[in-house]
Design a protein around this ligand. Sequence first.
Ligand code: FAD
Length: 479
Amino acid sequence: MLPTDTGADTRADVAVVGTGVIGLATAWEAARRGLRVHLVGPCSGAHQGQASRAAGAMLAPFSEVAASDSPERVALEVGERVAARNLYDAWLPSLREATGRPLALTPGMWVVATTGGRGDARELDAIADAALGHGHVAERHDPGEVPGLSPARSCTAHGALWLPGEATVDSGELMAALTDALHAHAHVEWTDAEATGLRPSDGGGLTVTCAGAPGTPEVAAPRVVLAVGVGLTDLVAGSGELDLALPPMLAGKGVSALLRDVPVELPAAVRTPMRDFACGMHLVPRADGTVYLGATNRLSPSAAVRFPLVMELADLLREAGEELSTKLYEGQLVGTRVGYRPFTLDHLPLVGPTADPRVLIASGTYRNGMLLAPRLAEMIADHLTLDPVAAHPFDPTRPITPHALPETLERWLPELVDLFLPPSGTPTPMQGVLADLLHQSLRGLAADGDHPRGAEVRRTWQQAPVPEALWSLLVTYLR
Ligand SMILES: Cc1cc2nc3c(=O)[nH]c(=O)nc-3n(C[C@H](O)[C@H](O)[C@H](O)COP(=O)(O)OP(=O)(O)OC[C@H]3O[C@@H](n4cnc5c(N)ncnc54)[C@H](O)[C@@H]3O)c2cc1C
């Protein structure tokens, strides 16, 4: 444990950089444990690009399981997600009490198997097994019993699972409540600015430098928590005097939409299983009567684009209409959101001290950050206040092995093909032909040292050796 007073010119015990759900939850938990917290990051504005306000936010310990996940992976991830879901039962009431905001969960989740997915029946089995294996209920139903479900004639729903242990929360309301709670807390100071970097300060602590007009304050603290989502790469680049030895943080661009006056009764969220490298299509009812529609997921080389591409929005609306409800088309589109999900090469978060023990990280939550927020906040607060800290699987200094391209192609090419030729019932011979063609071409190119596009495919892969990069490989190949 580092001493909390290193002589740095500061009143804060810890600076938390980043004001998405992870930064806000962490700051609040640290303040509730009696630490003086200086929060750095945007407070006002539209927050486009931020993952948290673009999220559904499904609290989904089980329905995020994929049939292809290994049993070890399922045990680890579901265990952490169940722990996070359990924390919500005390976390939301304490936020309600601190702010007076009527924050509430909408309980339950319908997961439907449709012909729009490849092997959805198997996916439902894997989800049910995960829930039952953790002592939770997973009820099989006829799809006709799912409120709000009315897919297009081109798509048949052939199975449904009701998960009463899952829930949804309004991400905008949650962020507003956390913001209010932090403004009201006597131990919290908030600098509404972008951090540009960290440097050592006299006395052994750290200084966080901020962008803005001359005179923008610098923030000094003995320890700093980086909770900047996909902003990590830039912030580390601006902190050249520190050796943080952090693994790469990738960005999954997600687009979601908000609809009003949709003529469906939707008492609980309805979703498909995972597909197309994303969390499937989902409709989430909001307390104000609007319906949240999510979400796309594409690996993105940068987080600069703050608006949806027309084709992203078109895919989202078409797929949700076809698989879940054509009634959506009668609603009004009142808003769209773009958010970049932070994720690591092994798809697990990074939580705790980096190679420099003054700098901690809380990020890489990928598709589950809204759910994991109270859990990560607790872990970081433990690292700040306890010694020793209970072991957890998200140590940022763990070895992370990149995925190998041949195995990734073998396993994930069918998903890529589904993006071009969406399955509808029995896979067509064309899907098999296209998968074989892509397989031979990409494998051949990646192995061919002389082919100019081969070098480019390998370079693209080296930058992001994850299944989500297959789309980029294909674009590189076709270019
Ligand atoms: C479309 C979509 C749907 C999702 N659905 C779900 C879901 O249903 N359930 C679920 O659990 N999760 C969901 N997620 C994932 C979840 O939203 C993320 O895992 C989580 O929000 C990540 O939180 P974060 O605070 O790490 O990052 P962000 O929310 O992106 O916040 C990072 C913050 O850091 C700030 N920042 C960046 N750089 C700096 C800097 N240099 N200085 C100061 N501040 C900086 C940014 O402005 C931003 O506010 C979804 C994500 C998306 C995009």
